[in-house]
Each structure stands twice: as structure tokens, then as C-alpha cells.
Design a protein around this ligand. Structure first.
Ligand code: ARG
Length: 553
């Protein structure tokens, strides 16, 4: 018997089993979960594969492996089934011990990356003087999940909120403020957006206004004091609006993570000079561009009027993040339509030597949010739907905490690249594969523990695990660390969602088949401990998705 808390490695029980089998078989045993409880917990077809190569009877090969592998501390005697499958059943005592370790520290299996890479994570990134809209909902939720998962893994995560706070639109905005003699003190973000629309309408209709707007951009670039002051005010108003949305979404973004487009403005000239002098950029029809193999059109660093755009800003952002922020990994989260922009920016940066091979760069593109009619979510006027209004829609169906869980889970539980349908009534259901269902499973465990406490029933460890449903649940609890490691690597949050859904399902099968409070003695306290461990795993996993786990619902 191993002492409590000393197993450690067993939190990844499957990898331990696989390693021991591989030591004997010489190849990866490719462990699979057993298809039925009577076959044990895992199965391997390694003997069949080896026998085929060697032209030998598979059962004979299986017998040899079973005879020499060292697993008796962890498993019941191995069994050979059918043509030569090896069936593995973990000892109930071992499962109990591992479940107890989860109870003591549910996150113990997660923090496994000792290298602590610095990850620069670009997400949310709304635009000044515009309310966040439905498109920014996804980047904010997905980026927040990556932030939590990578941080839990011990990575050093640096969020960068690449706010759109620079560009030609500020000419018309500032000119409109001056024309209207507008008191910016009374303006909020919704008001700023109306200002934006008024300025935009005017720009199209009024030639003289358009000229003044252009001159105003030059004044902003040149640092004119009055112009700068209005620009700064517009940014502050926008920031306050963004922060209100972040608070409502319960995400980790703070002011110190803002690194807007304007920040790179001063670097753009140097980037152009550098690339031109090294012959990487060339002048093409008056514009400074970079051609990259595999891309039809070049990246435009500077247009023929001398203006800078989105491409060069991101080349500069990559350079800055690698050299000044010492990033080992760059992640950008935007809608999938920007995929080409980022692939091109990465390619230019690689060619320029700004992005060495040792630093990975990933663009995570996500699909659209659709209405129940299957069409992109939009207002009646056909403009992008404001994020705050979308949250209101969900809150008509459920309390804020639950509505938010519903939205986040709906966003994260499918492959990110796919569009998803924002169906508030379905998403907020407490049955099926939804966020509220997981919250409910957590609250259900909390209720059992509350009832036990009220009755004065104590427990401290998982000790008896005789029933298959108990064993399945205990085994499931040990997999959290592996799943989180996979999400950190592949940036696919739906794998964590699936895991939590399976955990909640295993828990409800356990309740159906194993009475908890009605059991007695050691069985009862062991089952209570298993409930407590499950509750912790659900809460830990939900937290990594950015979802709260209330004790009562
Ligand atoms: N502001 C842009 C938008 O609203 C997203 C910026 C993404 N980040 C970046 N480094 N380009 O679509």
C-alpha cells in the first residue's frame, strides 16, 4: 500500500500503464478504454499487431507480454480475450487512492509544464468608438479560456488587447466633435458610436468635411495638442465601455493588457526601412510591399500615399512581441475570415527574421454566431449586434450567472472553426450538453455534501470502490490533467467541455446505481468523498472555461 498523497504519477494512470506495457512490448500499446465494464478498464491490441509482423499466433504473443509485464501493484491479473486482446482492470484500491488524491488537490495533475514558456495572447481587440459586437464576444470568451488554461499549466501568459485605436477614422471623429462642440464629459461608448455614425454619414456627403478630416489625421500624427486631447478622451470613453463588458463577461482582461494599434505606429517607419534596406520589401506601383512564396498578393507595408495599414501593424506586433516581450509562443484569436491576414503576416515576419523558428505563431480563427434562423446575428437594421444586447437576450431566459455559463459553453463546446447558433432558450436548459447542466451537476454534488454535513456525517477519503459506476467515475476524475494539457497544446476547448460533460454523466450514473446518504458506514463516507472529488473536478474544469460553479441553483 502506498502512502496517501505519494502516488503523484498515478494521476496519469493510463500513461503509467502504457509505459510499463511498452517497456515489454517494445511499441506503443495504444491503450483504449474498455468497451464494456466486464472487460475491465483498458484494452490493448498490441499482441495482435506484433504477432502479425512476426507471423506468430497472437494469443501466444499476448501470453508472453502478460507473463513479463510488471503491473501487479496497479492492476488485477491481466486477461487475454478473443483473438489476443489484453484486458486491464485497475485494482479498486488503486483507483480509490487516486480519487483521494484528486480530492486533496484536483489541480495536481494539471500543472505539468516545467518550462514556463511565455505566451503572448492577442484577443478581444475591439475598436475605439464602437461598441463591442457579437464578433468580439467569441474572441473574448475563447481568449479568456486560453488564458486560464495556459496559466493553470504554469505558462507565463501575457494578454495583449490589440484595440483599434488608430487610423483614418479618427480624423472624421475628432472633426465631428469640434463641429458639434460636443461635451465629451457626458459621452459614453454608445454615444461615441452614434457620433461615429454621424461623422461617417457626413464624410460621405460633405467634401469640405472630408478634406478637414484628412487634415485632422495629419494633425493627430504630428501630435497636435488639441487633437491628441480629443483622441485620448475618445479612447478613455471606449475603454470604460469595454471594461464594463469585460466585467459583465467575467473575463480576466485589464487595462494593463491594452496594447492598441497606436502603440505600433512609431515602429512602422523603422520596419519599412529595415525591410527595404535588406531587399525583403520592394516598391511596387508606388507602394512598399513584401512578396512571399505561396501567397498570390503581397503584404502591403506602406500604400502609395505613404499610409500604413493593418498588415504592417501586425508585422510590427510580431516583431515587438518576440523581441521586447520575449514570447516563445504567439496566439491570435479572431474570426476565421482574418486567417489569410495572419498567415501572410507570419510569413513576412519569418522571412524578415522577426519570427525565428523557435517561436510558434498560431492564428485561432472561429466561426460566426448565427441566429435561430441560421443567418448571422444582426440587428433589424442589418448592423452588427451589440454584445451587451446579446447578453440581455440570454438573461431573459435565466439568471445572469447561468445565462453567462450558457453563452460561454455554447461558444466553447463546438469546434471553434464552426459557426454556432445562438439559441438562448436551448443554451440555458439544465439538461443536455449545456453550461447550466454542468453547473447543475456541480450544485447537485454540493447539495449532497450539505445534507451530509447537516446530518453530521464525516468523510475523509475514497476507500471502497466496489461498484463499476464508482470505478468509472473515479477513473474519469483522474483524466483532467491530461485533457487540460491537450487543450493547452491544441487550443481546442471543446475537448475540455466534452470531458466535463462525460464527468457529469458518469456522476449521474453513479447516483442512479449507488445510494450515497442512504448507504452506511465506510461505503457511505467513501461515496461522499467521491462526490466531493467530483465536485472539485467540475469546479476546476468550469473555472478553466471561465464559468462559475455556484453551490446552489
Ligand atoms: N480590431 C480587430 C477587429 O475588431 C481585431 C484585431 C486582432 N489583433 C490583431 N493583432 N490584428 O477585428
Amino acid at each position: 500500500m502506498v502512502e496517501r498523497g505519494t502516488i503523484g504519477d498515478m494521476l496519469s494512470l493510463p500513461s503509467l500503464l502504457a509505459a510499463r506495457l511498452e517497456a515489454v512490448a517494445g511499441v506503443d500499446p495504444e491503450l483504449r478504454p474498455a468497451t464494456k465494464p466486464q472487460f475491465g478498464h483498458f484494452q490493448s491490441n498490441v499482441a495482435l499487431r506484433l504477432a502479425k509482423d512476426a507471423g506468430r499466433p497472437p494469443r501466444e504473443v499476448a501470453q508472453e507480454i502478460v507473463a513479463s509485464v510488471q503491473l501487479d501493484d496497479l492492476c488485477e491479473p491481466l486477461e487475454i480475450a478473443g483473438p489476443g486482446f489484453i484486458n486491464i482492470r485497475i485494482k479498486a484500491s488503486v483507483l480509490a487512492q487516486v480519487a483521494t488524491e484528486v480530492l486533496d488537490d484536483p489541480a495536481a495533475g494539471i500543472e505539468a509544464d516545467p518550462t514556463a514558456a511565455r505566451v503572448v495572447l492577442d484577443y478581444s481587440s475591439p475598436n475605439v468608438a464602437k461598441q463591442m459586437h457579437v464578433g468580439h464576444l467569441r474572441t473574448t470568451i475563447i481568449g479568456d479560456c486560453f488564458n486560464r488554461v495556459l496559466t493553470a499549466r504554469g505558462e507565463d501568459v501575457l494578454p495583449q488587447n490589440h484595440v483599434g485605436d488608430w487610423g483614418r477614422q479618427f480624423g472624421m471623429l475628432i472633426e465631428q466633435v469640434l463641429d458639434e462642440n460636443l461635451d465629451l464629459g457626458g459621452l459614453d461608448l454608445a454615444g461615441a458610436e452614434l457620433l461615429y455614425r454621424r461623422a461617417n454619414d457626413r464624410l460621405k456627403a460633405d467634401e469640405a468635411f472630408a478634406d478637414r478630416a484628412r487634415a485632422r489625421v495629419v494633425a493627430l500624427q504630428a501630435g497636435d495638442a488639441e487633437t491628441r486631447a480629443i483622441w485620448t478622451r475618445l479612447i478613455d470613453i471606449s475603454k470604460a465601455g469595454f471594461n464594463a463588458s469585460y466585467a459583465r463577461l467575467n473575463v480576466l482582461l485589464r487595462d494593463e493588457h491594452i496594447a492598441g494599434e497606436s502603440m505600433y505606429n512609431a515602429m512602422l517607419g523603422d520596419v519599412c526601412d529595415d525591410l527595404e534596406s535588406r531587399g525583403i520589401a520592394t516598391v511596387d506601383d508606388g507602394a512598399l510591399v513584401v512578396f512571399v512564396d505561396g501567397f498570390e498578393a503581397p503584404a502591403i507595408l506602406r500604400n502609395r500615399h505613404g499610409g500604413y495599414g493593418y498588415d504592417v501593424t501586425d508585422v510590427a506586433s510580431i516583431k515587438y512581441r518576440v523581441s521586447a516581450l520575449a514570447a516563445d509562443r504567439l496566439i491570435y484569436v479572431t474570426d476565421a475570415r482574418q486567417s489569410h491576414h495572419f498567415q501572410l503576416a507570419f510569413a513576412v515576419a519569418r522571412k524578415a527574421g522577426y519570427l525565428p523558428d523557435s517561436v510558434s505563431a498560431e492564428h485561432v480563427g472561429y466561426g460566426m454566431v448565427l441566429g435561430t434562423d441560421g443567418r448571422p446575428f444582426a440587428t433589424r437594421e442589418g448592423t452588427a449586434y451589440p454584445l451587451e444586447d446579446l447578453l440581455d437576450v440570454a438573461e431573459q431566459e435565466a439568471a445572469p450567472e447561468i445565462a453567462l455559463a450558457a453563452i460561454k459553453y455554447a461558444d466553447l463546446s463546438n469546434q471553434l472553426q464552426k459557426d454556432y447558433v445562438f439559441d438562448a432558450a436551448r443554451m440555458t436548459k439544465t439538461t443536455g450538453d449545456t453550461g447550466p447542466y454542468l453547473q447543475y451537476a456541480h450544485a447537485r454534488a454540493a447539495r449532497i455534501l450539505r445534507n451530509a454535513a447537516e446530518a453530521g456525517i464525516e468523510f475523509s477519503a475514497v476507500t471502497v470502490l466496489a461498484e463499476p459506476a464508482e470505478q468509472t467515475l473515479a477513473l474519469q476524475l483522474t483524466k483532467l490533467g491530461e485533457v487540460v494539457a491537450e487543450v493547452a497544446q491544441n487550443l481546442q476547448p471543446h475537448k475540455l467541455c466534452t470531458y466535463l460533460y462525460e464527468t457529469a454523466t458518469a456522476m449521474s450514473v453513479f447516483y442512479e446505481q449507488c445510494p450515497v446518504l442512504k448507504a452506511e458506514g465506510e461505503v457511505r463516507s467513501s461515496r461522499l468523498a467521491l462526490c466531493a472529488a467530483t465536485k472539485k473536478v467540475l469546479a476546476t474544469g468550469l473555472d478553466l472555461l471561465g464559468i462559475e460553479a455556484p453551490d446552489r441553483m
